[in-house]
Design a protein around this ligand. Structure first.
Ligand code: G3H
Ligand code: 13P
Ligand code: ZN
Length: 322
């Protein structure tokens, strides 16, 4: 099956109280690790590309590797632009085969965010592409821009109906206490998410798919391996998995995960070099990285997102509506 939008994925995920994993891709090993796990678990996938990923890997290479993933896996896969910050970037992705884009105007004033999101949604919808936008602002690191805790702000539920109605976007990312990167809470701070905000958003936007960014769990086994093998990541901490499971059972249909894949990759490579100082063939250590990414993705699909085994129902829904 060709690349699909997230429309049917979100419908099924909402009804079935699970979430689709949106994994960031930057190179071949990351793509293969994710897709191999999804193949074994027969899970739908959102593969997402940031502006930084395009700059690093070249937009054409990434696009073609995602095409390869579709051919190789036969899974329902959506190709999504993560954190598009301009109309031009979104347009470029839409014109080049992405099936979903995020226009992230969350740093703009409300009216400007609406104006930008509507412009992207109008352009995208004419071409069969879906759009995610964001209200509220997450803390953490995005494409080398560090949003401080002071600049971060929770989503205001009283704004969501007006925003969605005026823009026509297909899904909405909200800020309820998650953040980008590997340091999501201060040492000693109890991890907490504002489920009351999510509940209120759900009440105001029934059946509307909500997106959670900054949703890595920062597995402590990887942090330990990194620190025991020459790394220095003290106090790296993520979102507890049970909170993500709770979000997935509510209106959250898309859960964004990038940092956990970076940690899986780095832990495997650091360990490999420590254990095999004589190795210099990238296939040896990148092979370990790919295998570790596969295992963490498989864990997420089964134990956090609950989307394992859901590929078939999404394919059936897409084919029925074709
Ligand atoms: O939200 C940010 C994602 O983790 C992408 O990160 O902009 O460094 O590629 P990046
Ligand atoms: P993490 O840094 O928690 O993996 O978040 C990724 C993300 O939100 C990508 O848009
Ligand atoms: Zn994000």
């Amino acid at each position: 099956m060709p690349l699909i939008t997230s429309k049917e994925m979100f419908k099924k995920a909402y009804e079935g109280k699970y979430a689709i994993g949106a994994f960031n891709v930057n190179n071949m090993e990351i793509i293969q690790g994710i897709v191999d796990a999804a193949k074994e678990e027969q899970a739908p996938l959102i593969l997402q590309v940031s502006a930084g990923a395009r700059k690093y890997a070249n937009a054409t290479y990434l696009r073609k590797m995602v095409d390869a993933a579709v051919i190789d896996s036969n899974l329902p896969i959506c190709l999504h632009l993560d954190h598009g910050d301009t109309f031009e970037l979104c347009k470029d992705c839409i014109d080049n085969g992405f099936t979903s884009v995020m226009i992230d105007g969350s740093h703009h004033p409300f009216e400007k965010n609406i104006e930008l999101a509507k412009k992207v949604a109008d352009y995208a919808h004419e071409r069969g592409v879906v759009v995610e936008a964001e209200l509220g602002r997450l803390a953490g690191i995005e494409d080398a821009v560090n949003v401080s805790a002071e600049d971060a702000s929770y989503t205001r539920p009283e704004e969501v109906e007006e925003f969605v109605t005026k823009t026509g976007v297909d899904s909405l990312a909200i800020a309820i206490g998650t953040s980008h990167g590997a340091y999501k809470f201060k040492p000693g701070q109890k991890p907490q998410l504002k489920f009351d905000i999510l509940e209120e958003v759900e009440r105001r936007l029934p059946n509307f798919p909500i997106v959670l960014h900054g949703a890595s769990s920062v597995p402590q086994q990887f942090v330990k391996i990194i620190n025991e093998n020459g790394g220095k990541m003290p106090d790296a901490i993520g979102i507890p998995e049970e909170m993500l499971r709770q979000a997935a059972s509510m209106a959250v249909c898309k859960i964004n995960i990038d940092s956990d894949l970076r940690l899986a990759c780095t832990a495997a490579i650091r360990k490999h070099f420590n254990e095999h100082p004589e190795h210099f063939d990238p296939r040896q250590y990148l092979g370990d990285a790919r295998a570790n990414i596969k295992e963490i993705v498989r864990h997420k699909l089964v134990n956090v997102l609950g989307c394992n085994g859901k590929a078939a129902e999404i394919i059936a829904a897409v084919e029925k509506n074709a």
